[in-house]
Write a protein that binds this ligand. Structure first.
Ligand code: PMV
Length: 330
């Protein structure tokens, strides 16, 4: 039985990968080449309302109060097709209203929180009763990193080798961790090489790709040990090294491509300079030019003051660890 006309609202937070996912072994199912490990963040989230509407003949999708069109619309419909298939209701259509509280200024991709929230709201609106592992698998089909946004704290996405075995789960809570992330915005526009394209090029043409897999696997083991020991220095060191190695795959692809701008490099140098001065912080960078700074709460205001002066306070946003998927009542 369908949950007729009852809106289901879900909230998911975005996450930052400390050991990155970069490359797929299965494009269609979004099975990655390596395990990744992230931290879910508090300040940035997506609220998505999904309502089954028997009068619709196609899905109706609003994203940030605008009617979704073109490839943005198609991506949501393709995802809802998976939900319809699972629920065995091919002719049910949904109203989707998705609001991102991920300031464009933060330079975070909203796809992780967006598809995690959509997976939770749409599956419930379709009367599918999924546990968190099943939700993670479903979110993965929308965007790989969304599989991790189902959970709070430090989250590991297991590579697996098929739909069943590729899912995320919490590795450790971050509730008792003294850790924060400062997002530095250098550019707000959409990236030129999508992560999908970037991964494909890296997997098929970078001569370093097989090394990346070996290193990422050992990074996962080492960062988990460091998390167990509450060792911020090692967590930060592995995160920065791993991010730069991911970007080395883009530089070494053919044709090569670069997500960094000159300012990205300047910010990495600033972070290293702060470290030399005894203020511990580490850089991580996703598929774009913006830099995230990992730090301990006690140093956050000093680091923010430094970057406020360089970039303006509107381009410097602080966030702490966040919660996993939740359903909201209207
Ligand atoms: O989930 P996607 O397709 O947006 O890819 C995410 C890729 C990175 O953000 C660069 C790394 C990661 O693990 O989140």
């Amino acid at each position: 039985m369908m949950n007729k006309n009852r809106p289901v609202i879900a909230r998911a937070h975005t996450n930052i990968a400390l050991v990155k996912y970069w490359g797929k072994q299965n494009e269609n199912l979004i099975i990655p080449q390596n395990d990744s490990l992230s931290l879910t963040l508090d300040q940035f989230y997506t609220d998505t309302t999904v309502t089954f509407d028997p009068t619709l003949t196609a899905d109706a999708v609003l994203i940030d109060n605008e009617v979704a069109q073109g490839s943005d619309y198609q991506r949501v419909v393709d995802f809802l097709d998976i939900v319809r298939q699972k629920a065995q209701t091919p002719d049910r259509f949904f109203n989707v209203n998705s609001v991102n509280h991920v300031p464009t200024a933060a330079g975070f991709a909203s796809s992780a929180s967006a598809f995690a929230a959509l997976a939770a709201a749409a599956s419930r609106a379709a009367d599918l009763k999924l546990d968190l592992t099943e939700l993670s698998r479903l979110a993965r089909r929308g965007s790989g990193s969304a599989s991790r946004s189902i959970f709070a704290g430090f989250v590991q996405w297991h590579t697996g080798n098929d739909d069943e075995t590729s899912y995320a789960e919490q590795y450790a809570s971050a509730a008792d961790w003294d850790i924060g992330v400062i997002a530095l915005t250098l550019q707000k526009s959409r990236k030129k090489v999508s992560s999908r394209q970037g991964m494909q090029l890296s997997v098929t043409t970078s001569p370093f790709y097989s090394e990346w897999i070996k290193l990422a696997n050992s990074d996962i083991e080492q960062i988990k040990q460091a998390i167990d020991q509450h060792d911020f220095t090692t967590v930060g060191h592995i995160s920065e090294t791993n991010a730069l190695r991911m970007h080395a795959l883009t530089l070494s692809a053919d044709p090569g491509f670069i997500y960094f701008t000159g300012q990205t490099i300047e910010m990495i140098n600033e972070i290293r300079q702060l470290r030399k001065m005894g203020i511990e912080c580490y850089a991580t960078i996703d598929a774009g030019p913006n830099v995230k700074v990992l730090c301990q709460k006690e140093n956050a205001s000093k680091i923010m003051t430094h970057f406020n002066q360089l970039l303006g306070s509107e381009n410097v946003i602080y966030t702490t660890p966040g919660s996993g998927i939740e359903y909201l009542e209207k």
